[in-house]
Design a binder for this molecule. Sequence first.
Ligand code: AMP
Length: 612
Amino acid sequence: MSRTLDQLMADSAPSVGEMLRRRVAQSQTKEALKYRGPDDAWLSLTWLEVEEYAHEIAAGLISLGVEHEDRVAIASSTRMEWIMADLGVMCAAAATTTVYPTTKGEDVAYILSDAGVKLVIAEDAEQSDKVLAQAEHHNVQAIVQIDGTHDHDMVHSWEELRELGRAYLKDNPGVVDEAINSTNHDSLSTLIYTSGTTGRPKGVRLNHSVWAYEGEGVKELGIITEEDVHFMWLPLSHVFGKCLITIWLSSGMLTAVDGDLTRIVQGLGEIRPTVMAGAPRIFEKVRNAVMIGNSSGVKSLIARRAFSTGMKTIPYRVAGKKVPPLLAARYALYDKLVFSKLKARMGGRVKFFVSGSAKLNAQVQRWFWAAGINLIEGYGLTETGAITFLNDYRKPALGTVGPVLPGTETKIAEDGEILVRGPGVTAGYENLPEATAESFTEDGWFHTGDIGELDDLGNLRITDRKKDLIKTSGGKFVAPQKVEGAILANCPYISQAVVTGEGRKYISALVVLDPDAIAGWGDGKGYQGMPYSELTQLEHTRRMLNHYIERANQRLERWETIKKFTILDQELTVDDDEVTPSLKIRRGAVEEKYSDLIEQMYEGAEADGPGN
Ligand code: AMP
């Protein structure tokens, strides 16, 4: 690292509002942001226009009574207005609280109440209605609706907010600058709610220092410049998406935003990005789409040979060595026949893609490298401002998440847990002093809850998770106890359930039936005296259970729902070491014993199964 942490923080802007100011001073009329207009055609804003827009929003919010560190929630999908709302909130010295548009009403109400949200920026009438329907559970005083209008008198339109802002700025021209100047590294900038292992989500407090640092830390790596073109579609309610806003500001790269996932491939072709970040699932999808598209005849043979040749070149290329001439010639041929077309579909000028927020499958990563597309992996948590480890695409350590970001310290605890310390780390959880204290060691190291190993060069390999959470390949956390609880609560015949889905596309469950209950059911259906092992495997039994699993699914978030389940023909027992003496299921042991059954629930899933 060429700058010390002190230098890095001294160079960093004291707040995100100031980061924007510095970027505008440097880049002025350079194109900053592209977004889709009403007819889906791309429109764009310069840096000066971004600032003007953000300041209008900030002044509008101030005129509606938003004050220092007041919480303003954004409940919207990824779009230009999300970014403007976020910048506006931070320039008003307030703090953004992120809410997924898909979050259910009850959970939205919890977040709004826990964070003490005063004003909500809602994407459309559906989001406004969700907030209004839960009015007795929170203290929101106003809603600004991005799309359309609403007849409730608490709801202002987006244009009204901008209008209010313009008028307020006319009378108080210095109001936004003053608000920006009132924020510093220690001011609260963002609250992101993240799932706990049980119960309610926890609000992670991220101060302006986190974003100022993330911006500088990534800049220090020298992998992104003002000339880069960035395609942004990740949910901005999640920390990985959210931190891209900071990297946009610190680097000055042109960013094109479109949160509509169905248009990613189209967007890649139109924007021709040089960089893009995504959860592993999106890269799996790209690979599957190409592989399936190539599954017949000569094309498939050529593609297979191309990839097998490409794989052989990887060790040379990642080590920065020359590929031996014969192999290089073959690779050049396949590049022309296969890879160049593939790269063209991604716009043809990708410098690198970054995968993060869940484990990237090693096969998928190598497939991209074989094709000459540099797919690198990073790692971090909501609590650590998203990017805590990141590979350099020019010298990647494939299969690892790379070295720690300059300025952050890391070490592996005795039990293998990854600990980090530095300016990217949260100031703690909202209203949860005990959970905050438990997350840090006495000397300030943050417990990531992940298990990993550092190699001699400082590259981190994530090997396991200490906390009892599943992360799907879509990057969504699922608390297995919650899903198992929903199964048990909704199905009177199920006595044990084990949910799986780590690094997979969806959640599946192994379920065990209560012997007495199922025997009683069997008696009534004409299966008197049938042994348990047979009764559990009947198609009739399965159909009956399906009804209950669907009922459980209705109580879960979309990404938590059980897409497949298998009924075991025996109970999980203490004697077989599948259950602890205190009757807690030993997840690892069960998954190992029934790995074949689990595999079967994912067979063919990559190609056409349900996804999230
Ligand atoms: P979140 O707070 O939603 O960003 O989730 C953070 C968690 O995601 C980490 O504690 C890890 O368990 C997991 N995670 C993030 N990036 C990776 C990665 N590259 N490989 C494996 N797990 C990851």
